[in-house]
Structures are given as structure tokens and as C-alpha cells.
Design a protein around this ligand. Structure first.
Ligand SMILES: C[S@@+](CC[C@H](N)C(=O)[O-])C[C@H]1O[C@@H](n2cnc3c(N)ncnc32)[C@H](O)[C@@H]1O
Length: 267
């Protein structure tokens, strides 16, 4: 997948794991499915979410697919090393799924739609292989939900570079707010969206490290080269923006971000 804005580097793989471990409880305290469910995880990447949701549902059967063989290789190794035995991995493209119609009880898709130029088409494709009465879970962030103390125009500009670059790659870093309309437009029913806000101040040192530094700022820092090459921002303003994001990790700093978790039914 050439247009994936974050790329497939080892650093990005570490970031995805940091993100998942930090947000484990917030995003997945309710990722519990009826026993014996057949679940498709679409776009599993390096299994950052798989390693959390599969052990939470030991009596369910997971099929985790991704378009990237490199990620699948890492994912398989990790799940094997953790002795998780209810997951099978397959190479697969969400737009050309190789499964019988109505073959899954549940579809799980996290941090994938934001990278696709046509998320509704992806949801249509996934709906075909979901049983009638089956459910779908979609999790996405929304960079418009990032605000912090001390406030900084340069930091907001650096974040906007990521939003613009993702849009140039055909994605949407502001997709969290669209989960509800997207699910309805794709023909799902009874959609419920639950916003999951991450609030961080220095009384939560794990989140300061795991979320502000290793998840969010690491992601913004990852687009520096692209942002400067495309002249979206000056080097001076970029450096100030990143410095100001780190400034929010100090004793009096605060950082807020909201993820959105949607669940809907294929009626
Ligand atoms: C940001 S990663 C998220 C990985 C994982 N879900 C997580 O939350 O850590 C997005 C993943 O979607 C995969 N992907 C993108 N387009 C895809 C497609 N058409 N079919 C299957 N996987 C796709 C990418 O290869 C990448 O591994």
C-alpha cells in the first residue's frame, strides 16, 4: 500500500504498539463478543489491537487480514510468541475480500478507514461478508479533537500538516466525527458512537509518555520530511510546533484527544 501516510517502518510499528498498549482499557474495556463468534479483523497491521482483543475473547475465532505481507509477518510472530491461539492471519484486501457472503458474526476495523480514499466502499465490501444481524466495530481518531495547554499556534500548524498530508494521500485524519454518517451511508443500522477522550496531565506519567510523546507527537514528527518537502510549513515553525507539543508534557501541561468507537448492525 503506497499511499499509507505513516509508512511501514520499525519506528511506526513500535508507535502502533505503544498506541494500542496505552489505550488498551479506554478503547477495549467493552470489546467483548458472544462466545464462538467468527470475527474478521480488517487491516490488522502488526497485530497491535489483535494482541489485546483476541485474549479478551478466548472463545471467539479471529481471522485477521492485512494488505501488507511485511506487517502480517510481524503480526504472526508476535501472536505466536504470546501463545494466543484463536487468531489466523491472511493476506487480504478489504476491497477484494476472498470470503463467502455472510460468513462472519462480527467485523472489527481500527485506524484503517482514515487511510482509505473511499471508506464507504470499504464498509460496503465488509458488510457483504457479515451475517444478517451481525455487528461491526469501527474505531478512529480525529485530529481536530487535539487541544492542549499551553496553547500554541505553531503546534496546531504542525498537526495540520499531518491532516493535509493524509488528505493528499487520499485519507482523512478528521474521520472520527464521520463514523456515524459513514456507517449509515453504507447501510448499517442502529449505530451507536461512543467518544473516548484521552485527558493527560502530569499526574498521569504513563499517559504523558505513552500517549503525548510516544503516540501523538511521534506520529506528527513522522511527517516532518514530507511536510517540509511540500513546503507546508517553514522549518523554524515546524521545530517550534514540535517543541510546543513536548512542552505540554511538563508539570503544568495538559493534552486532550478524542477517539470515536462506533458499533452498528447489519439488519
Ligand atoms: C494504521 S494501520 C492500523 C493497524 C491496526 N489496525 C492498529 O490499530 O494498530 C492501517 C493498516 O491498514 C492496512 N490496510 C490499508 N489498506 C488496506 C486494504 N485495502 N486492505 C487491507 N488492509 C489495508 C495497512 O496495511 C495497515 O497495516
Amino acid at each position: 500500500m503506497n499511499n499509507y501516510v505513516h509508512g511501514y517502518s520499525e519506528k511506526e510499528s513500535t508507535r502502533l504498539h505503544d498506541q494500542a498498549s496505552t489505550l488498551d482499557e479506554l478503547l477495549h474495556f467493552d470489546s467483548i463478543f458472544p462466545k464462538n463468534s467468527k470475527i474478521l479483523e480488517a487491516g490488522c497491521g502488526v497485530a497491535s489491537q489483535t494482541k489485546i482483543i483476541a485474549p479478551k475473547n478466548p472463545l471467539c475465532h479471529f481471522t485477521s487480514i492485512d494488505i501488507s505481507e511485511t506487517s502480517l509477518k510481524i503480526a504472526k510472530k508476535l501472536i505466536h510468541s504470546l501463545k494466543i491461539d484463536n487468531v489466523v492471519f491472511q493476506k487480504g484486501n478489504i476491497f477484494k475480500l476472498n470470503f463467502d457472503t455472510e460468513s462472519f458474526d462480527h467485523i472489527f476495523i481500527c485506524f484503517v478507514l482514515e487511510h482509505l480514499p473511499n471508506p464507504i466502499q470499504a464498509l460496503h465490501s465488509l458488510k457483504k461478508i457479515l451475517k444478517k444481524g451481525g455487528t461491526i466495530t469501527v474505531i478512529e481518531g480525529d485530529h481536530g479533537s487535539a487541544y492542549f495547554y499551553p496553547n500554541s499556534l505553531a503546534a496546531q500548524k504542525a498537526i495540520n500538516c499531518q491532516v493535509e498530508l493524509q488528505a493528499m494521500h487520499g485519507g482523512n485524519a478528521l474521520i472520527g466525527r464521520e463514523i456515524y454518517p459513514l456507517l449509515y451511508q453504507a447501510g448499517f443500522s442502529d449505530c451507536i458512537v461512543s467518544p473516548r477522550m484521552v485527558y493527560v496531565d502530569s499526574s498521569k506519567p504513563n499517559l504523558v509518555e505513552g500517549f503525548i510523546k510516544n503516540t501523538f507527537t511521534a506520529m506528527i514528527e513522522g511527517v516532518e520530511k514530507d511536510a517540509l518537502q511540500k513546503s507546508l510549513i517553514s522549518k523554524q515553525e515546524w521545530d517550534k510546533g514540535i517543541k510546543d507539543l513536548y512542552r505540554t508534557t511538563e508539570k503544568d501541561g495538559v493534552f486532550c484527544y478524542t477517539f470515536f468507537k462506533g458499533k452498528a448492525i447489519n439488519k
